[in-house]
Ligand binder design. Structure first.
Ligand SMILES: *Cc1c(COP(=O)(O)O)cnc(C)c1O
Length: 397
């Protein structure tokens, strides 16, 4: 085995997929309620995406950003049309999209004469694994061993107003706030309805950029194109990746207004970013989400799953909360429950556990009611069996 030891991998490998289903190399079938962590929103082997990728691969896979790339221009137009954003920079992943946002905020600060720009970030945030994005991430697990971290970040509690107001009063170097509209890795944490509008006001009052990391919550996941669209506010900068290409690696940093004009030639770039193949996949993904009514479907099926779980797990004291929006769902238990992932596999179900004790579901946006019912059945059985056999005191945290 010559792979670097970066993942504690489960002992299963997948050979093929179709819609909400995947089959392993032994031919066993699984209901995919994770989609490779919010990547395959249209499910597996979606005909429209497969056709777009095949057609583009046969024509032109790569073109350098030294030249115009029509597929990239078209994708930027489509993304602007479904958001309030003016311009897009394409890269290959979520951390790269956030790197672009962080560089943009710093450059914007320098343009304003702030030589040591500071970005406000959140406790329990996750923004990626590069040096800048792990420094912005609010998890010691992610940072430990990689010091010295990048400076230029100030951390405040998520969904809290007191501490950030204190920072606003005392730190004249702040240029931006970087925040997830719903925290994914942090435990599917949904802030108060007024929180994003409050941050918008605070940013406007101080001339800060509001930068939303929608890498996980974007691309229809919550039942709107982007999670912040539930609140009626618009960010200055937004980052995307995961679901954008339905599995083809692509990320994007979008900007609006003044922020859209910060980068000029030579300030940022990427060899692969926004190449024709990745853009063809993303265009097909956006097309299918719009044409197949998948935003409304995500809302409807998400409600069915949450209601179903609430009914099936009613009276289970170990279940602290069932929360989510659309198909971004967390079930918080009163104890660490990482074992549920392996037990799910054995039961033919792909799920995830994050923040130690939160079962996370990120099902495909194409899921239908019968599959949602099956998901609720299998998962509620697993959780009930798990809490019966695992007392909280018996599991070390
Ligand atoms: C997954 C994720 C990232 C990192 O994306 P990569 O493609 O793994 O670099 C950043 N932010 C959020 C909110 C994420 O969920």
């Amino acid at each position: 085995m010559h792979l670097m030891n970066t993942y504690g991998r489960l002992p299963v490998a997948f050979a093929r997929g179709e819609g909400v289903w995947v089959w392993d190399t032994e031919g066993r079938k699984y209901l995919d309620a994770l989609t490779g962590i919010a990547v395959s929103g249209l499910g597996h082997a979606h005909p429209r995406v497969v056709a777009a990728i095949s057609e583009q691969a046969g024509r032109l896979i790569h073109a350098s950003n030294l030249y115009r790339i029509p597929e990239q221009e078209q994708l930027a137009d489509r993304l602007s049309a479904v958001s309030a954003m003016d311009r897009v920079f394409f890269c290959n992943s979520g951390c790269e999209a956030n790197e672009a946002a962080i560089k943009l905020a710093r450059l914007h600060g320098h343009h304003k004469g702030i030589e040591q720009p500071v970005i406000i970030v959140m406790e329990k945030a996750f923004h990626g694994r590069t040096m800048a994005t792990l420094s912005a991430t609010g998890s010691r697990k992610v940072q430990a061993g990689f010091e010295p971290l990048l400076s230029g970040f100030v951390r405040v509690p998520y969904d809290d107003r007191k501490v950030i107001e204190h920072v606003a009063e005392h730190n004249p170097n702040v240029v931006a706030v970087l925040v997830e509209p719903i925290q994914g890795e942090g435990g599917v944490n949904i802030p108060d309805d007024g929180y994003l509008p409050y941050l918008r006001q605070l940013c406007d009052a101080h001339g800060w950029l509001l930068m939303l990391d929608e890498v996980q919550s974007g691309m229809g996941r919550t039942g709107r194109w982007f999670a912040h669209q539930w609140t009626g506010i618009a960010p200055d900068v937004m980052t995307l990746a995961k679901g954008l290409g339905n599995g083809l690696p692509i990320g994007a940093c979008l900007a609006r207004g003044e922020a859209a004009d910060v980068f000029t030639p030579g300030k940022h770039g990427s060899t692969f970013g926004g190449n024709p193949l990745a853009c063809a996949a993303a265009l097909a993904t956006l097309g299918a989400i719009a044409d197949d009514g998948l935003l409304d479907n995500a809302t409807r099926i998400g409600n069915e799953i949450r209601d179903g779980l609430a009914a099936a797990l009613a009276g289970e004291k170990a279940v602290r909360a069932i929360r989510g929006r659309g198909l971004m769902i967390g079930i918080e238990l009163d104890r660490p429950c990482g074992e549920l992932v392996t037990q799910g596999l054995a039961a033919g179900l792909l799920i995830n556990v994050t923040a130690d004790s939160v079962v996370r579901l990120l099902p495909p946006l194409v899921m239908q009611s019968p599959e949602a019912t099956l998901l609720v059945q299998r998962l509620s059985e697993l959780i009930r069996a798990f809490v019966r056999t695992n007392e909280p005191a018996a599991v070390a945290g």
